[in-house]
Ligand binder design. Sequence first.
Ligand code: DP6
Length: 332
Amino acid sequence: MPIRGATAISCPNIAFIKYWGNRNEKINLPENGSISMNLAELYTRTSVEFDLSLPADHLSINGKLASGPILKRVSDFLDNVRRLADISAYASVTSENNFPAGAGIASSASAFAALALSASTAAGLQLSEPELSRLARIGSGSACRSVPGGFAEWYAGESDESSYAVTIAPPDHWNLVDCIAVVSESHKPVGSADGHTLARTSPFQEARVTTAPGRIDRCRNAILARDFEAFAEVTELDSNMMHAVMMTSKPALLYWLPATLTVMQVVAAWRRKGIPAFYTIDAGPNVHVFCEENDAPTIFRRLTEIPGVSRVIIAHPGPAASLIDPACKEGG
Ligand code: DP6
């Protein structure tokens, strides 16, 4: 077999209705459906080459050779691609992110969406978008939502075949801005993969999961109607519910730092004063503050003035994962 390669680019996504806890951990079948938005300015760019002369899979992330559990996770994922394509060659994988990994901006989502697309293409497969979303989900649950563009809904589904994400509105549907208040760039102490297994130890998880379909409907309707108030209310509620589960798991997970809480309180106070903004937080201390384009300069400036906020990253609704010409150096 000749060396076969492909390069893909994918955005991370931020969830408005969160995924926390699996029914099937092996293939990441989630306890509940979720809704998210891709983040245009942030990306992972991944090249994969299958090469029969390689003695093992080889992985480089941001110019550094990876080994141990990270290499194993990627290699296990590539086994799925090899099985689907009926090939045996090992792969050389080169991946780059333009944003900090492990601090609540889901790098595993863009990483596995870009890897699913580049590896499946390099292996000679031509997967449909739902098939690609399912493949990405096996690498990292939230990665299935980075495959389609814009605002995405991940159907929890009953099985591997029915658990994938679709676009519910394209990126230009709503001029929302995610102002990410970075309060820490260091790696989180407990990653999402371990957190998902702890979710069921919280007495609040069942309440969160059984009421999720109602929040999914409210969130999808608010996005489709561009109803900021309704969107703000259901998204903050859902984020708070996931963090309540985290904090009441055994052992308890507390991802917030003091500055996280400061931003949450400030944003809630702005909204009471009529400044339309809301927050949502993933498995990390950084706070995603959403507003509409017109309000973004004010929100951006005010966030940078909060003690403990080291910088603010701006992101708009982003596109689907796509193949790119390997000669092209910049993403986006
Ligand atoms: C808190 O799908 O990133 O961001 O790949 O196992 O690390 P692992 O899990 P992942 O979990 C993301 C959880 C979340 C909420 C969400 O994105 O819905």
